[in-house]
Design a protein around this ligand. Structure first.
Ligand code: ME8
Length: 517
């Protein structure tokens, strides 16, 4: 049987900025899904990359005193470095300055034009370079200095120039019908409601070319115009599959299973992108998930406030698995979240070191000491043993269901319910007491626990690959027996185990730093 395809993407990040925790968060969420889907037998294509055209990047390059290509080369490399450092397992990294991307953009244009959805006009209105977005007068506010600002807070400027337009106004009914027919196209559902009411409010034609600068993809047959950066950027999701060649990867992986984005860019993905695709005769993606926004100790993260959280520093300080766990555990995925040192340490010491780490450490050391370092023998399981093993065996379905709805926090909660049940079981069974009284029963208890830890470590691999792999090593699980299909097997009594060692260290500086903000 051939594996089912699963295609997921991150936004492509602007190269005007250094990578920060927000970028790491989105790609992390995708990485966990990609790893999980691979363990679940899917043929995964996981795409990330950088968005390198447009006025914003051109401006940043000018400020840095380098040409935009050299600037993009340098900053794009920082995003690649972050991805490697965070252990991300993307299959492809696309840059919008690559020839494969330019070809795809121009073909999208030709198709939309042939369909009658593009016309030439002229644009006069407000534009925010920071958002690379057009705004209507009614959406703007004036700040105390009389500066007009978009709802995002970005400053706008007046733009007047010849421009091609996309006939977005004609797509209102078709978009609404599409949302109606695909109730989970946009998640979470509160975000879906926002998009639906935005579209119901009426759509204006969209300016899709610019003439006042030239850092972008030229419009076919009219190179005075360059692509509006969002039409260029969104197209990356098909150019990475080899489009306009519609065989091969495109045929296999399109429509995309999931575009993961932050809530700031939902409208581009859930309104413009499906309309562009349908106009070009292509299928829209299956899902767009818009996650929430991180703040730092209660404050908006911004370069000007100087409180940007550097993911490299964070990982150096707390550890990679710990940071990966924290980011997906701390807030229900979809909601906004606040990063604080105290919250990080509480999760790291309480849930990782105490709950999960101690469970594994206690059980594996008892086995090392009392069972000659081998997987103990099993006896006829008692009702308590059964209950724990059944709960562990039921985990894969729960996690699969949660992750199919991008509910990372629910998946982790289901895993932690088993960890807590296993800790309660150890306390209740007290295997250390059984050593003298009933060594056969002690072996059965330790076997039940080791088997539960095997399930847990398989299930936590997608979230915390390093520590989970070390746990599976300590249970002598072969690399090919670590996927979800292998859960149906069981530990083999008598297997010799390596010396156990802790995999979730406590954060030591806790007391000294406890009061620091
Ligand atoms: O918008 N909290 O790129 P971008 C959570 N190039 N997520 C955050 C965040 C925060 N504080 N800050 C950033 C662009 N993000 C376009 C995308 S896609 C075809 C083109 C994440 O570099 C979040 O995913 O501004 C957000 O949507 C993305 O970074 C914006 O990255």
């Amino acid at each position: 049987m051939t594996a089912k395809p699963y295609y997921l993407t991150t936004p492509i990040y602007y190269v005007n900025d250094v990578p920060h925790i927000g970028h790491a968060y989105t790609t992390l969420a995708c990485d966990v899904l990609a790893r999980f889907k691979r363990l679940d037998g899917f043929d995964v294509r996981f795409l990330t990359g950088t968005d390198e055209h447009g006025q914003k990047v051109e401006k940043s390059a000018a400020q840095a005193g380098v040409d935009p290509q050299a600037f993009a080369d340098k900053v794009s490399e920082n995003f690649r470095r972050l991805a490697d450092f965070m252990g991300f397992t993307h299959d492809d990294f696309i840059r919008t300055t690559e020839p494969r991307h330019k070809a795809a953009c121009q073909e999208m244009w030709r198709r939309m034009l042939a369909a009658g959805d593009i016309y030439l006009g002229s644009y006069s209105g407000w534009y925010a370079v920071r958002d690379e977005a057009f705004y209507g007068e009614g959406e703007l506010t004036k700040d105390a200095d009389g500066v007009r600002r978009a709802p995002s807070g970005a400053e706008v400027e007046w733009v007047e120039e010849p421009s091609y337009f996309f006939r977005l106004s004609a797509w209102q009914d078709r978009l609404l019908a599409f949302y109606e027919a695909n109730p989970v196209f946009i998640l979470p559902s509160t975000r879906r409601n926002e998009v639906v009411s935005f579209v119901k409010g009426g759509l204006q034609d969209l300016s899709i070319s610019r003439t006042t600068f030239n850092w972008g993809v030229p419009v076919p047959d009219d190179p005075e115009h360059i692509f509006y950066v969002w039409l260029d950027a969104l197209t990356n999701y098909v150019s990475a599959l080899g489009f306009p060649d519609e065989d091969g990867d495109f045929q296999r992986f399109w429509p995309c299973d999931l575009h993961m984005v932050g809530k700031d860019i939902l409208r581009f993905h859930a309104v413009y992108w499906p309309a562009f695709l349908m106009a070009a005769g292509l299928e829209p993606p299956k899902r767009v998930f818009a996650h929430g926004w991180w703040t730092n100790e209660g404050q908006k993260i911004s370069k000007s406030l100087g409180n940007v959280i550097d993911p490299f520093d964070l990982v150096d300080k707390y550890g990679l698995d710990q940071v990966r766990y924290f980011l997906l555990r701390e807030v229900p995925f979809g909601n906004d979240g606040d990063f604080s040192h105290a919250a990080m340490v509480t999760r790291m010491n309480g849930e990782l070191a105490n709950d999960y780490g101690n469970l594994a450490q206690r059980v594996l050391s008892m086995i090392a000491k009392n069972c000659d370092g081998r997987v103990p023998g099993t006896d006829a399981p008692t009702a308590d043993d059964r209950a724990l093993l059944d709960q562990a065996a039921g985990l894969a379905d729960k996690v699969r269901r949660a992750l199919d709805g991008q509910a990372f926090h629910e998946a982790l909660e289901a895993i932690w319910a088993v960890i807590r049940a296993a800790n309660a079981y150890v306390d209740h069974q007290a295997p250390w007491k059984l050593k003298q009284e009933d060594p056969v029963r002690m072996a059965a208890v330790l076997y039940t626990l080791a088997e539960t830890i095997r399930h847990l470590a398989i299930m936590t691999q997608a979230f915390m690959p390093g520590a989970s792999a070390r746990l599976l090593d300590q249970l002598a699980i072969a690399p090919e027996a670590r996927d979800l299909a292998a859960l149906a097997g069981a530990l083999v009594p008598g297997t010799s185990l390596p010396k156990p060692e802790g995999v979730f260290p406590r954060h030591q500086a806790e007391d000294r730093e406890g009061g620091r903000k």
